[in-house]
Design a binder for this molecule. Structure first.
Ligand code: GLN
Length: 481
């Protein structure tokens, strides 16, 4: 399926004049036409304008002739459609923002552009990033490149599928409770979610502000880490970014597992875990041990409350963040309303059912009388979950290893009727967001022809340790499977 070389190799080739940004962009355009469009296509992209992309690529080639080559020189990048871009629509896969053009650009998009990257299109997602399958997109689902009858995961399913199908080498997504790692696992690519505060959220349409982070996809750890390196670091436009030096992730990606202590939290290997996933995880553990890692059993006792805490906090924050879509300031505006009240009510019907459900749940858990019982308690649990992780890392564990998901990619339509089943897809990933730590999903093989992801978590700000372990795991599995 691969039609492009990796991002790092491509950037080097472009910088050395062996190929051009324009050539790379036109090969992407051809593969999108071939793989993504039409009734048989994957539908990973919501917008792609080949002419505009060609123009952007030619500008990169020109800058190169002036001697300016960035770390992503000429690299085509797909961008999740909840990140604001200047000359393309930003829809969040919602009818609410159909036709919306942002007057400003996300910091991450600006940074990748300044590094020579070429945004080739905006990718599909669950509406406002709420979901685990892309089936909640108002514009129809994306299909899993490994099996068209299955979901690519979500909410960043379009970005994961675009990378997995070889349409682009790297892509940006966002991860609030697993939305980079879970689709990465379902599509067989690498997904990286940084520490909260490592990457600017400026221009990322807010879902749950205390959990949201922009993350990256690549076909290998080096590529995902390269894109993360470019977008990381403090931003005066987002006061939650930390003023800390960004570790050298390219150097980390050359490291290995020798001497690393890998914790295996027993709560992440429950009896219900899919047998194929368990088998791949066990094989990965053996490979890590053979590569010099020290495996250690650990316990994170508050894990069983993670999902409940996540769905209280995420919906509470969503209900507040989405209050701004009132028909006055952004996006669609209901016609013929006779009063402001009617205008807001009619306009908010442009939200899909899942988004409406989240807003109602969030409003409920924040309401007088229930606030203490739900929201305040969820915050206490969140602290305990973070403390569990901090204790394990303090005791000398470098990274934790878990399955990314409890099952491989499920069938389209299988879970849309049952929100609880859909929410369960995040059972292993939400912890990292609650605890604000960095986490990765790395392909660790297949079960019944479907990809399996292994998840690694590191202490907050230890992206270098995370990338080193992820690259080590990737290398340890090479030639095995
Ligand atoms: N699937 C989770 C949810 O529906 C996570 C989404 C995300 O990370 N954006 O909330």
């Amino acid at each position: 399926m691969t039609v492009l070389r990796g991002a790092r190799m491509l950037a080097t080739a472009v910088a050395e004049g062996r190929t051009t940004a324009e050539a790379a962009a036109s090969s992407v355009a051809a593969s999108i036409r071939q793989l993504d469009e039409g009734p048989e296509g994957l539908h990973a992209f919501l917008s792609h304008d080949a002419d505009a992309v060609g123009e952007r690529a030619r500008a990169v080639d020109e800058a190169l002739r002036d001697g300016r080559a960035g770390a992503l020189a000429g690299v085509p990048v797909a961008v999740k459609d909840n990140l604001c871009t200047l000359d393309q629509p930003t829809t969040c896969a919602s009818r609410m923002l159909d036709g919306f053009r942002s007057p400003y650009e996300a910091t991450v998009v600006r940074r990748l552009r300044e590094a020579g990257g070429v945004v080739v299109g905006k990718t599909n997602l669950d509406e406002f990033a709420m979901g685990s399958s892309t089936e909640h997109s108002a514009f129809g689902p994306t299909f899993n490149p490994h099996d068209r009858e299955r979901v690519p995961g979500g909410s960043s399913g379009g970005s994961a599928a675009a990378v997995a199908a070889g349409m682009v080498p790297v892509a940006l997504g966002s991860d609030t409770g697993g939305s980079v790692r879970q689709p990465a696992a379902f599509c067989g690519v690498v997904g990286l979610k940084p520490s909260y505060g490592r990457v600017s959220r400026y221009g990322l349409v807010a879902f749950a502000s205390s959990l949201d982070q922009v993350g990256t996809f690549g076909r290998d750890v080096t590529d995902a880490a390269l894109l993360l390196q470019v977008i990381s670091g403090p931003d005066p436009l987002d006061s939650t970014t930390a003023d800390r030096p960004v570790p050298d992730l390219m150097d980390a990606a050359t490291g290995g597992l020798e001497g690393m202590v890998v914790g295996l939290p027993r709560e992440y290997f429950p009896p219900e875990l899919d047998a194929g996933i368990r088998a791949r995880c066990e094989a990965a553990m053996t490979a890590m041990r053979d590569a010099g890692a020290v495996l250690r059993d650990v316990s994170l006792p508050h894990t069983r409350f993670a999902l409940a805490s996540y769905y209280v906090i995420a919906t509470a924050e969503a209900s507040s963040n989405l209050a701004r879509y009132d028909g006055v300031r952004y996006g669609v505006r209901a016609a013929d309303a006779r009063s402001p009240d009617e205008l807001v009510r009619a306009t908010r019907n442009a939200f899909g059912r899942e988004v409406q459900r989240r807003i109602m749940l969030g409003t409920y858990v924040l309401s007088a009388g229930y606030y203490d019982r739900y929201y305040a308690r969820a915050q206490v649990v969140r602290r305990r979950i973070a403390d569990d992780l901090a204790r394990v890392f303090d005791e000398g564990v470098d990274v934790l290893f878990t399955p990314t998901t409890p099952t491989p990619a499920f069938r389209l339509g299988e879970r849309t009727g049952d929100p609880m089943q859909m929410y369960l897809a995040d059972v292993f990933t939400a912890t990292a967001n609650l605890a604000m730590v960095p986490a990765a999903s790395v392909p660790i093989g297949e079960t019944d022809g479907l990809p399996v992801g292994g998840q690694l978590l590191a202490a907050r700000w230890a992206e270098d340790t995370l990338v080193r372990a992820a690259a080590g795991l990737e290398r340890a599995l090479e030639g095995r499977a």
